[in-house]
Design a protein around this ligand. Structure first.
Ligand code: NAP
Length: 260
Protein backbone atom coordinates (compact mmCIF):
# COMPACT_ATOMS: atom_id res chain seq x y z
CA UNK A 1 0.00 0.00 0.00
CA UNK A 2 1.76 3.21 -1.12
CA UNK A 3 -0.09 6.36 -0.08
CA UNK A 4 2.91 8.56 0.56
CA UNK A 5 3.90 9.58 -2.96
CA UNK A 6 7.63 9.28 -2.24
CA UNK A 7 7.49 11.54 0.79
CA UNK A 8 10.14 11.32 3.50
CA UNK A 9 9.34 10.85 7.19
CA UNK A 10 11.97 11.21 9.94
CA UNK A 11 11.37 9.65 13.36
CA UNK A 12 13.37 10.35 16.52
CA UNK A 13 13.99 7.56 19.03
CA UNK A 14 13.16 5.03 16.32
CA UNK A 15 15.21 2.09 17.57
CA UNK A 16 12.54 0.63 19.84
CA UNK A 17 9.04 0.98 21.23
CA UNK A 18 6.52 3.28 19.59
CA UNK A 19 9.20 4.96 17.47
CA UNK A 20 10.23 1.67 15.87
CA UNK A 21 6.64 0.68 15.11
CA UNK A 22 5.96 4.16 13.70
CA UNK A 23 8.92 3.68 11.33
CA UNK A 24 7.57 0.26 10.29
CA UNK A 25 4.05 1.52 9.63
CA UNK A 26 5.15 4.63 7.73
CA UNK A 27 7.49 2.51 5.58
CA UNK A 28 4.58 0.14 4.90
CA UNK A 29 2.52 3.14 3.77
CA UNK A 30 5.21 4.01 1.23
CA UNK A 31 7.10 6.76 3.03
CA UNK A 32 10.87 6.90 2.64
CA UNK A 33 11.58 6.64 6.36
CA UNK A 34 14.71 7.92 8.07
CA UNK A 35 14.99 6.26 11.45
CA UNK A 36 17.13 8.16 13.95
CA UNK A 37 18.43 6.99 17.33
CA UNK A 38 21.14 8.01 19.77
CA UNK A 39 22.85 4.59 19.78
CA UNK A 40 24.20 4.24 16.25
CA UNK A 41 24.75 0.46 16.39
CA UNK A 42 21.36 -0.26 17.87
CA UNK A 43 19.64 2.16 15.49
CA UNK A 44 21.41 0.93 12.37
CA UNK A 45 20.50 -2.69 13.20
CA UNK A 46 16.85 -1.76 13.83
CA UNK A 47 16.67 0.24 10.58
CA UNK A 48 18.27 -2.62 8.62
CA UNK A 49 15.64 -5.01 9.97
CA UNK A 50 12.87 -2.70 8.73
CA UNK A 51 14.69 -1.94 5.45
CA UNK A 52 14.93 1.83 5.93
CA UNK A 53 17.64 4.48 6.24
CA UNK A 54 19.32 5.31 9.52
CA UNK A 55 20.98 8.49 10.78
CA UNK A 56 22.30 9.02 14.33
CA UNK A 57 20.60 11.61 16.52
CA UNK A 58 20.78 12.34 20.21
CA UNK A 59 17.97 14.86 20.73
CA UNK A 60 19.63 16.18 23.89
CA UNK A 61 22.89 17.00 22.09
CA UNK A 62 23.01 20.20 20.01
CA UNK A 63 26.08 18.97 18.08
CA UNK A 64 24.28 15.78 17.10
CA UNK A 65 21.21 17.75 15.98
CA UNK A 66 23.37 20.12 13.89
CA UNK A 67 25.20 17.18 12.29
CA UNK A 68 21.90 15.56 11.28
CA UNK A 69 20.57 18.83 9.84
CA UNK A 70 23.78 19.33 7.82
CA UNK A 71 23.66 15.79 6.52
CA UNK A 72 20.03 16.13 5.39
CA UNK A 73 20.73 19.50 3.81
CA UNK A 74 23.84 18.23 1.98
CA UNK A 75 21.81 15.31 0.63
CA UNK A 76 19.00 17.69 -0.42
CA UNK A 77 16.65 15.48 1.54
CA UNK A 78 13.28 16.98 2.49
CA UNK A 79 11.57 16.06 5.74
CA UNK A 80 7.90 16.01 4.76
CA UNK A 81 6.96 14.47 8.09
CA UNK A 82 8.88 14.91 11.35
CA UNK A 83 7.90 12.70 14.28
CA UNK A 84 9.38 13.94 17.57
CA UNK A 85 9.00 10.67 19.46
CA UNK A 86 12.17 10.29 21.58
CA UNK A 87 11.67 10.87 25.28
CA UNK A 88 12.66 9.67 28.72
CA UNK A 89 10.56 8.85 31.79
CA UNK A 90 13.15 8.52 34.53
CA UNK A 91 12.71 7.03 37.99
CA UNK A 92 12.85 9.36 40.98
CA UNK A 93 12.53 13.11 41.36
CA UNK A 94 15.65 15.19 41.85
CA UNK A 95 17.58 17.96 40.10
CA UNK A 96 19.31 15.60 37.66
CA UNK A 97 16.05 13.84 36.73
CA UNK A 98 14.32 17.20 36.20
CA UNK A 99 17.18 18.59 34.10
CA UNK A 100 17.57 15.49 31.91
CA UNK A 101 13.82 15.12 31.45
CA UNK A 102 13.17 18.66 30.22
CA UNK A 103 16.38 18.59 28.15
CA UNK A 104 15.23 15.44 26.32
CA UNK A 105 11.45 15.86 26.22
CA UNK A 106 11.08 19.62 25.60
CA UNK A 107 14.39 21.20 24.53
CA UNK A 108 14.99 18.11 22.34
CA UNK A 109 11.86 18.41 20.16
CA UNK A 110 12.30 22.20 20.06
CA UNK A 111 15.92 22.11 18.86
CA UNK A 112 15.30 19.21 16.44
CA UNK A 113 12.31 21.00 14.93
CA UNK A 114 14.15 24.32 14.59
CA UNK A 115 17.20 22.66 13.02
CA UNK A 116 15.20 20.59 10.53
CA UNK A 117 12.69 23.30 9.59
CA UNK A 118 14.65 24.35 6.48
CA UNK A 119 14.12 20.78 5.22
CA UNK A 120 10.38 20.76 5.99
CA UNK A 121 8.47 21.91 2.93
CA UNK A 122 5.45 24.21 3.13
CA UNK A 123 2.44 22.02 3.91
CA UNK A 124 4.62 19.55 5.87
CA UNK A 125 3.69 17.78 9.08
CA UNK A 126 5.22 17.73 12.57
CA UNK A 127 4.05 15.31 15.25
CA UNK A 128 4.91 15.73 18.93
CA UNK A 129 4.50 12.44 20.76
CA UNK A 130 3.16 13.65 24.08
CA UNK A 131 1.06 12.14 26.86
CA UNK A 132 -2.24 12.72 28.57
CA UNK A 133 -0.32 13.10 31.84
CA UNK A 134 0.67 16.54 30.52
CA UNK A 135 -2.92 17.76 30.40
CA UNK A 136 -3.36 21.20 31.97
CA UNK A 137 -6.14 19.89 34.22
CA UNK A 138 -3.53 17.87 36.15
CA UNK A 139 -1.51 20.98 37.05
CA UNK A 140 -1.83 23.73 39.64
CA UNK A 141 -3.49 26.99 38.68
CA UNK A 142 -0.10 28.73 38.79
CA UNK A 143 1.52 26.36 36.29
CA UNK A 144 -1.61 26.25 34.10
CA UNK A 145 -1.49 30.04 33.98
CA UNK A 146 2.19 30.11 33.00
CA UNK A 147 1.79 27.48 30.25
CA UNK A 148 -1.34 28.99 28.73
CA UNK A 149 -0.27 32.64 28.98
CA UNK A 150 -1.06 34.25 25.60
CA UNK A 151 2.29 36.09 25.81
CA UNK A 152 4.21 32.81 25.96
CA UNK A 153 6.92 32.35 23.31
CA UNK A 154 9.12 29.29 22.71
CA UNK A 155 12.03 31.07 24.42
CA UNK A 156 9.90 31.93 27.47
CA UNK A 157 8.63 28.36 27.57
CA UNK A 158 12.19 27.01 27.62
CA UNK A 159 12.91 29.53 30.39
CA UNK A 160 9.98 28.08 32.39
CA UNK A 161 11.35 24.57 31.93
CA UNK A 162 14.73 25.76 33.20
CA UNK A 163 13.00 27.48 36.12
CA UNK A 164 11.30 24.18 36.98
CA UNK A 165 14.63 22.33 36.96
CA UNK A 166 16.21 25.08 39.10
CA UNK A 167 13.27 24.96 41.55
CA UNK A 168 13.74 21.20 41.91
CA UNK A 169 17.46 21.76 42.54
CA UNK A 170 16.84 24.32 45.32
CA UNK A 171 13.78 22.60 46.78
CA UNK A 172 11.28 25.39 45.98
CA UNK A 173 9.31 23.54 43.28
CA UNK A 174 6.22 22.88 45.43
CA UNK A 175 5.77 26.49 46.54
CA UNK A 176 6.06 27.59 42.89
CA UNK A 177 3.18 25.19 42.09
CA UNK A 178 5.12 22.57 40.11
CA UNK A 179 4.05 18.91 40.49
CA UNK A 180 6.53 16.29 41.73
CA UNK A 181 6.82 14.69 38.29
CA UNK A 182 9.39 15.89 35.78
CA UNK A 183 7.73 13.77 33.08
CA UNK A 184 4.35 15.47 33.67
CA UNK A 185 5.97 18.93 33.49
CA UNK A 186 7.87 17.98 30.34
CA UNK A 187 4.78 16.75 28.49
CA UNK A 188 2.77 19.81 29.57
CA UNK A 189 5.69 21.87 28.24
CA UNK A 190 5.73 19.89 24.99
CA UNK A 191 2.00 20.54 24.56
CA UNK A 192 2.56 24.27 25.06
CA UNK A 193 5.39 24.12 22.52
CA UNK A 194 3.04 22.38 20.06
CA UNK A 195 0.53 25.24 20.31
CA UNK A 196 3.25 27.87 19.87
CA UNK A 197 4.91 26.19 16.87
CA UNK A 198 1.54 25.51 15.22
CA UNK A 199 0.75 29.23 15.33
CA UNK A 200 4.27 30.21 14.21
CA UNK A 201 4.28 27.79 11.26
CA UNK A 202 0.70 28.33 10.11
CA UNK A 203 1.78 30.82 7.40
CA UNK A 204 3.81 27.97 5.85
CA UNK A 205 0.84 25.58 6.25
CA UNK A 206 3.03 23.29 8.35
CA UNK A 207 0.79 21.27 10.66
CA UNK A 208 2.02 20.76 14.23
CA UNK A 209 -0.02 18.45 16.46
CA UNK A 210 0.56 16.61 19.73
CA UNK A 211 -0.65 13.05 20.19
CA UNK A 212 -1.09 10.74 23.16
CA UNK A 213 -0.64 7.06 22.29
CA UNK A 214 -2.39 5.93 25.49
CA UNK A 215 -0.69 3.69 28.05
CA UNK A 216 1.37 1.30 25.95
CA UNK A 217 3.40 -1.85 26.71
CA UNK A 218 6.89 -0.56 25.85
CA UNK A 219 9.99 -0.30 28.02
CA UNK A 220 8.62 3.06 29.16
CA UNK A 221 5.01 1.99 29.65
CA UNK A 222 5.86 -1.36 31.29
CA UNK A 223 4.21 -4.78 30.94
CA UNK A 224 0.97 -3.85 32.76
CA UNK A 225 0.01 -1.10 30.29
CA UNK A 226 -3.44 -1.45 28.75
CA UNK A 227 -2.42 -1.07 25.09
CA UNK A 228 -0.20 -3.00 22.72
CA UNK A 229 2.32 -1.22 20.52
CA UNK A 230 0.19 -1.52 17.37
CA UNK A 231 -2.76 0.22 19.04
CA UNK A 232 -0.56 2.93 20.59
CA UNK A 233 1.21 3.63 17.32
CA UNK A 234 -2.08 4.28 15.50
CA UNK A 235 -2.42 7.71 17.14
CA UNK A 236 1.06 8.71 15.98
CA UNK A 237 0.67 7.48 12.41
CA UNK A 238 -2.77 9.12 12.17
CA UNK A 239 -1.18 12.53 12.83
CA UNK A 240 1.84 11.80 10.61
CA UNK A 241 -0.24 11.08 7.50
CA UNK A 242 -2.80 13.87 7.85
CA UNK A 243 -3.77 15.40 4.51
CA UNK A 244 -2.21 18.75 3.63
CA UNK A 245 -5.32 20.61 4.82
CA UNK A 246 -5.61 18.56 8.03
CA UNK A 247 -5.91 20.05 11.52
CA UNK A 248 -3.05 21.85 13.24
CA UNK A 249 -2.40 23.00 16.80
CA UNK A 250 -4.41 20.15 18.37
CA UNK A 251 -3.90 17.34 20.89
CA UNK A 252 -5.25 13.97 19.75
CA UNK A 253 -5.60 10.37 20.93
CA UNK A 254 -6.94 7.69 18.55
CA UNK A 255 -7.52 10.45 15.99
CA UNK A 256 -9.88 12.29 18.34
CA UNK A 257 -9.23 15.67 19.91
CA UNK A 258 -8.50 15.64 23.66
CA UNK A 259 -8.21 18.49 26.15
CA UNK A 260 -4.90 20.34 26.54
P1 NAP B 1 10.62 3.66 25.03
O1 NAP B 1 10.39 2.27 24.58
O2 NAP B 1 11.28 3.91 26.33
O3 NAP B 1 11.42 4.42 23.86
C1 NAP B 1 11.92 5.70 24.08
C2 NAP B 1 12.79 6.03 22.88
O4 NAP B 1 13.33 7.35 23.07
C3 NAP B 1 13.99 5.07 22.73
O5 NAP B 1 14.20 4.86 21.36
C4 NAP B 1 15.11 5.89 23.35
O6 NAP B 1 16.40 5.55 22.87
C5 NAP B 1 14.73 7.26 22.83
N1 NAP B 1 15.48 8.33 23.48
C6 NAP B 1 15.53 8.66 24.79
N2 NAP B 1 16.38 9.70 24.97
C7 NAP B 1 16.88 10.00 23.74
C8 NAP B 1 17.80 10.96 23.28
N3 NAP B 1 18.42 11.82 24.10
N4 NAP B 1 18.06 11.01 21.93
C9 NAP B 1 17.46 10.15 21.08
N5 NAP B 1 16.61 9.19 21.48
C10 NAP B 1 16.32 9.13 22.79
O7 NAP B 1 9.27 4.48 25.13
P2 NAP B 1 7.95 4.53 24.22
O8 NAP B 1 6.84 4.08 25.06
O9 NAP B 1 8.18 3.93 22.89
O10 NAP B 1 7.81 6.12 24.08
C11 NAP B 1 7.77 6.79 22.85
C12 NAP B 1 7.04 8.10 23.07
O11 NAP B 1 5.70 7.85 23.51
C13 NAP B 1 7.66 9.00 24.13
O12 NAP B 1 7.58 10.34 23.72
C14 NAP B 1 6.77 8.78 25.33
O13 NAP B 1 6.80 9.85 26.24
C15 NAP B 1 5.42 8.63 24.65
N6 NAP B 1 4.41 7.99 25.47
C16 NAP B 1 4.54 6.69 25.83
C17 NAP B 1 3.54 6.11 26.61
C18 NAP B 1 3.62 4.67 27.04
O14 NAP B 1 2.74 4.24 27.80
N7 NAP B 1 4.57 3.88 26.55
C19 NAP B 1 2.45 6.85 27.02
C20 NAP B 1 2.34 8.19 26.63
C21 NAP B 1 3.33 8.73 25.85
P3 NAP B 1 17.39 4.56 23.69
O15 NAP B 1 17.03 3.17 23.26
O16 NAP B 1 18.76 5.00 23.24
O17 NAP B 1 17.14 4.80 25.15
Amino acid sequence: MALAGGRTALVTGGNRGLGLETCRQLAHLGYAVVMTARDADDGAAAARAVGIDFMPLDVADLGSIAALAERLMAAGRPVDVLVNNAAVALDGFDAEVARTTVATNVFGPYHVTEALLPQVPDGGTIVMVSSGVGELSGLSGAVRGMLSDPRLTPQRLLGLMNAFAAAVADGTWAEAGWPNSAYRVSKAGLNALTRLLAAELAPRRIKVNAVCPGWVRTRMGGPSASRGILEGTKSIVWAAILPEDGPTGGFFRDGRRIAW
